[in-house]
Design a binder for this molecule. Structure first.
Ligand code: ADP
Ligand code: MG
Length: 232
């Protein structure tokens, strides 16, 4: 595990990111600071660049220019193997469009990040089951993702993002398919991860009731970010 910066130094920094898809400039000088132990909500209208920013922050998508620093290390100059290891061991993801593995059961999907990190099957199953229970989807443990509802699949994906107790959780509209009670359960688990394990949670959302759980908000507009204190 990488040594962590002191609390007043950001864990993750995106600096002046530019990313283009053909003629579309998705990020146009985006700068963002993320601190350990905080829940940061990324807000902004559809097409403003939120998902692109999240993928660049997580080292999934390389920006055309600008830098992303994690615990003082430049993601772009890190060897590929190290960057993949980081994604596997220190980052957790909830993607906007599911991305559970269809051939595995829901329980096995949640166990997978632990199994890849070398955790024994029994211990991985115990931790995965515990999270499925807390998210009220223990009943779909043995089903394949194709056999469960969108909302159930989303909660399984949330369980998978939390199971390794990552340093950073990236969640792209993780409550979009959930009713308000289940949305609250998800947010309570993210807040608990921030408070109990000092995780940074970066979460894209449209919903005011979800953003209300955050410590801080940043608004993405035309590929740029306006960071702000939470308006209470
Ligand atoms: P948001 O998540 O805020 O809705 P995105 O980051 O998905 O925004 O998209 C930002 C802009 O980049 C939009 O104009 C979108 O159409 C465009 N875009 C995103 N991904 C792609 C892609 N893979 N290919 C082409 N254009 C893309
Ligand atoms: Mg998006």
């Amino acid at each position: 595990m990488m040594p962590q910066p002191p609390a007043d130094v950001p864990l993750l920094v995106a600096e002046n990111l530019i990313k283009e898809y053909g003629a579309t400039r998705a990020l146009d000088g985006a700068t963002l600071h993320v601190y350990a132990g905080e829940v940061l909500a990324l807000l902004g209208s559809s097409g403003s660049g939120k998902s692109t920013l999240l993928h660049c922050l997580a080292g999934i998508l390389p920006p055309d220019s600008g830098r992303v620093w994690y615990a003082g290390h430049d993601l772009a100059t890190m060897p590929d193997t190290r960057r993949s290891e980081l994604r596997r061991t220190e980052f957790g993801f909830v993607f906007q469009f599911g991305q559970l593995i269809p051939e595995l059961s829901c329980l096995e999907n949640v166990m997978l990040p632990l199994r890849l990190a070398g955790t024994r099957r029994r211990e991985a199953a115990r931790r995965a089951s515990d999270l499925l229970e807390r998210l009220e989807v223990a009943d779909v443990a043995d089903k394949r993702p194709g056999q469960v509802s969108g909302g159930q699949g989303q909660r399984v994906a949330v369980a998978r993002s939390l199971v390794t107790r990552p340093r950073v959780i990236f969640a792209d509209e993780p409550t979009g398919a959930l009713d308000s009670l289940n949305g609250e359960r998800v947010m309570q688990l993210f807040v608990a991860a921030a408070r109990e394990t000092g995780a940074a949670v970066v979460l894209v959302t449209h919903e005011a009731r979800v953003a209300a759980y955050s410590d801080r908000e940043a608004v993405v507009r035309d590929g740029r970010v306006r960071e702000q204190e939470r308006v209470r």
